[in-house]
Write a protein of this length. Sequence first.
Length: 241
Amino acid sequence: MSPLWWSARFAAVHVLLAQGAGLMECARRLGWALNTVKRYARAEKAEDLLRPPRYGICLVDAHRDLVQRRLADKTPVTRILAEIREHGYSGSANLLVRYINQGRADPQRVVPTPRRLVSWIMSRPTDLPDHTRRHLHDLLTSCREMSTLAARVREFATILTQRRGQDLTEWVTTVRLDTLPGFDSYLNGLLKDWDAVVAGLTLPFSNGPTEGVNTKIKYLKRQMYGRAGFSLLRKRILLSQ
């Protein structure tokens, strides 16, 4: 969607709000979902609603810095193509042109949404494309709290994936000392069921099979739309084993 499209929708919501209409009334007049109206109402300006495009790994990514420098020098695209091919680029000219037109070589980056940033932090750095990894690194190094948050998230991921429940106490103590906002309620939840949490992060056992059986039973029950009694449900469960 173009910025003009976002601006028009942003203006439509805020004009109605300025006229004294409530959120429900805005949703009714515009024919939009209430959550959509809320998102536009919370934004202070239309630019806050712009979502960064999601790009996959591209052959030009390995040469992004070189392409960026040559564009700053106003070097023709044909010369940029020839130069990056000397450095091992094996893609087509169309791919390079599309990469440049999409703005992926621009030094200015669109700030990711909170949900996108969380997904980056929760991912393994090796699983992220090079340009995303560089962007995340720049964001984290610009804010001490964000850098600390990412470090604690990755430490917890190590405890979880490597079943190092014995390290959880030290991790909780460290997070408490960091005084990061939003962590207290999460830590309090861990402490309320501490033994179960430590066991889940230590032992190889899982309740996944049990939850799978429960899900299948609920699925069979919903298939009958509540019109069958216990005896028929019991037969269907036994025959589905």
